[in-house]
Design a protein around this ligand. Structure first.
Ligand code: LRH
Ligand code: MN
Ligand code: MN
Length: 388
């Protein structure tokens, strides 16, 4: 038997972090389809994020990406967020969009390029000081395309040197989250390709360094929930970049391609205590809405994470443990599937009503008229987007 009031309390206090770049234009390398009404600057991205939080009640944190969200006054940006009931979350560094980084950033063979990349990472910590952000998210496009192109372990040494310089710069209550990715843009070696490499670096660095699991960054068929369980067990799961994929790093809406996988991941999180705020696991989205309307897509994504979380909370853990103890394979599997097959939408509608919200966030957003207003108001100027 599951304690429904505890389930509801957990769902009410969950915090999902939305990415500033999901509100702007994005596309593939073939075409960016511009959408009318998208934000023209980071302030307007926060205005849109506030709409997502207003109808879901669980998305009060917004991640930044520097330099896409470069502003003159980061304290003013944080104040703009606070005025809207939001806070600024992870600062994502960007050492992948400069000509100098053709052969890498912190792993580049040229010390001058490495210095430039490190200076950017340190600048991101300065920004965290100004915004009150706790997390620095590091993803490196570094790697090689051809066997023999560079020294594999030499690059690891350069990476370790840069990471430790950043680690030393972190203040109290700040941490660095290291994200891995199997391939792309590098096609032969990637310097942080998997959780083992990220974990090895974080372990050497210390407790303020943790691993980020971007669900789109694995080989097809990888058992992501096993990675999640292992990292949680070692106290090294910093958070997620949630999205879904059919092929590679597709950045589609989380829970759209494989809701069962999302449930399995959330089951490991819930079962191993990762939902508790104190563990610091950050539930971030990292998505691009290339062809669908952006704000409703983010609302839908938040709802998908909530649904997977609710199902995971409904797993009858004592019954599962009993079946596991007695080796009752079919019963153990049935307990898990019972939770997964529960329609949790009425439960979540009730949770929202208890929070003073409308039961259906998609309808609530449509009723605000915000979508029409931004199309009318945001004319002129450069529209912000991935890489802009
Ligand atoms: C890399 C990545 C990383 C970047 C983001 C825009 O593929 O997942 O998190 O910062 O995309
Ligand atoms: Mn990511
Ligand atoms: Mn990615």
């Amino acid at each position: 038997m599951t304690d429904l009031s505890a389930v509801k309390a957990a769902l009410t206090s969950q915090r999902i972090e939305t990415p500033s770049w999901a509100y702007g234009n994005s596309g593939t390398r073939f075409k960016v389809f511009a959408q009318p009404g998208v934000p023209r600057d980071p302030y307007e991205k926060l205005d849109d994020a506030a709409q997502v939080h207003a109808v879901t009640g669980v998305a009060p944190v917004v991640a930044l990406h520097i330099p896409w969200d470069r502003v003159d006054d980061y304290a003013a940006l944080a104040a703009h967020a606070a005025d809207r009931g939001l806070e600024l979350g992870a600062v994502n560094s960007n050492v992948f969009q400069d000509d100098d980084y053709k052969l890498g950033s912190v792993c580049h063979p040229d010390p001058a390029v490495r210095r430039k990349a490190l200076d950017h990472l340190l600048e991101c910590v300065d920004i965290m000081d100004a915004t009150g952000s706790h997390d620095l998210k590091l993803w490196f496009a570094d790697g090689t395309n051809y066997p023999g192109q560079d020294d594999v372990t030499g690059r690891q040494d350069r990476l370790a040197e840069a990471l430790s310089a950043v680690y030393e710069r972190l203040g109290d209550g700040q941490r660095m989250l290291l994200e891995y990715k199997l391939f792309e843009p590098s096609f032969y070696t990637t310097d942080v390709p998997d959780w083992g490499t990220a974990y090895a670096h974080c372990l050497r660095l210390g407790p303020k360094a943790q691993v980020v699991v971007d669900t789109g960054h694995h080989a097809p068929g990888t058992n992501i929930e096993f990675i999640v369980a292992m990292l949680l067990r070692e106290g090294k799961l910093g958070g997620f970049d949630f999205n879904s994929r059919f092929y590679a790093d597709d950045d589609l809406m989380v829970g759209a391609a494989d809701p069962f996988q999302l449930f399995r991941i959330m089951h490991e999180v819930v079962k191993n205590g990762g939902l508790a705020r104190e563990t610091g696991v950050a539930f971030m989205l990292d998505q691009c809405h290339n062809i669908e309307a952006k704000i409703p897509a983010i609302v839908r994504s938040v709802m998908n994470v909530q649904e997977a979380t609710a199902k995971a909370l409904l797993v009858d853990i004592p019954a599962l443990a009993a079946a596991q103890r007695t080796g009752d394979v079919l019963e153990a599997n049935a307990v898990l599937m019972d939770a997964y097959n529960t329609d949790v939408r009425p439960l979540l509608a009730g949770v929202r009503e208890d929070m003073g919200l409308a039961p259906d966030p998609m309808a609530a957003y449509r009723a605000t008229g915000w979508a029409e207003r931004i199309v009318a108001d945001r004319v002129g100027g450069e529209q912000a987007g991935w890489g802009a």
